[in-house]
Design a protein around this ligand. Structure first.
Ligand SMILES: Nc1ncnc2c1ncn2[C@@H]1O[C@H](COP(=O)(O)OP(=O)(O)OP(=O)(O)O)[C@@H](O)[C@H]1O
Length: 327
């Protein structure tokens, strides 16, 4: 479990102050995968540096399993940092070391026997699908395989938290899916807490249980993926985007519908047409399955004669969030 409370980081640039983190608070429970998404300059890198205490926050706290890391001695901090395994965009491997030697590197500092280290490395290679590449050098590996080595190395010290900073930004789409699936399967097998910092929504959609939107150093939306999608805010728009310029072919009110669960497959449109005896035109739609939940986002144009308030009530009664566009 990692808990961040009111984290602030202010940089000084001459006379100017830059507030890179402005009161970030979040709790990520043991065994869950939390995504932090934000555009360039939102404060993601600063957050990573503050979470690992590579950069001291100006105020606020970062606690790992209840222990406040902002309040420990430098020696304790060194030990505490090993509880957080780091995965970066580029694996930054030692070119002169083989896969197994790269993975063994953090273990060389732990005082374990050679046999214990060798067994641990073999376990990690099996876990990350690298057994056949144990003797290969980084130059003989693909980008995805190198990232696997980086992940195996990050797990060597049995961390409580795996902090992944843009883990797939340098990979092609297929390798991205493989690495994301690996991260999720590691969480399933090791019950490790995972924090994924990314600017890519598909990363969040593919593996995260919960997500926070970071903007200008603040978390502006946060929650379980199903909650934020149903809430109809900015994350919802990003997960279930509709084209902004879907042309209407006739006059009539335009409604946007957002709904989840089994209702995502319910015949909403035919229910409206039958109940109100009107024509309905689908301007745009997006249906997604995220984890075990399904979500739908539709933009509909209704007959000009429609009693819009009655349709809105009809939809609300069925647990469907509906808003009139351009009203
Ligand atoms: N060492 C520093 N000194 C002064 N300002 C800084 C420093 N590091 C970051 N900043 C500022 O803090 C803000 C957040 O930067 P940060 O690098 O954390 O954003 P980011 O979301 O990681 O962006 P990117 O995705 O482009 O790396 C920016 O306005 C940046 O200019």
């Amino acid at each position: 479990m990692i808990s961040v409370t009111d984290l602030r980081k202010v940089y000084r640039q001459g006379n100017r102050e830059v507030v890179a983190l402005d009161g970030v608070t979040m709790d990520v429970p043991q065994g869950s995968i939390h995504g932090i998404i934000g555009h360039s300059g939102a404060g993601k890198s600063t957050l990573v540096r503050c979470l690992t205490l590579l950069d001291r926050p100006t105020s606020g706290s970062v606690a790992l399993n209840g222990k406040d890391l902002t309040n420990v001695s430098d020696k304790e901090l060194l030990t505490a940092r090993r509880r957080i395994g780091m995965v970066f965009q580029h694996a930054n491997l030692f070119d002169s070391r083989t896969t197994e030697e790269n993975v063994a590197f953090p273990l060389e500092l732990t005082g374990q026997s050679k046999e214990e280290r060798a067994k641990k490395v073999q376990d990690l290679l099996r876990l990350t699908g690298l057994t056949d590449f144990a003797k290969a050098y980084p130059s003989q590996l693909s980008g995805g395989q190198r990232q696997r080595v980086g992940i195996a190395r990050a797990l060597a010290a049995d961390p409580d938290v795996l902090l992944c900073d843009e883990p797939t930004s340098a990979l092609d789409p297929r390798t991205t899916e493989e690495i994301l699936d690996l991260i999720r399967s590691l969480r399933d097998r090791l019950n490790i807490t995972v924090l994924v910092i990314t600017h890519e929504m598909h990363v969040v959609k593919r593996i995260c249980d919960s997500v926070s939107l970071l903007e200008g150093g603040k978390i502006v939306e946060s929650g379980a993926l199903s909650e934020v999608v149903s809430a109809g805010g900015r994350l919802s728009e990003a997960v279930l985007p509709l084209p902004g310029n879907a042309a209407s072919i006739a006059e009539g009110p335009i409604l946007e519908l957002l709904y989840s669960g089994d209702q995502a497959y319910s015949p909403v449109i035919s229910a409206i047409t039958k109940t109100f005896g009107i024509d309905v035109n689908v301007l745009a739609g997006s249906i997604e399955e995220l984890g075990t939940n399904k979500f739908a986002h539709l933009r509909l144009q209704l007959d000009p004669s429609t009693d819009v308030d009655a349709v809105l009530q009809f939809l609300t009664d069925r647990g469907i969030s509906a808003t009139v566009k351009g009203a």
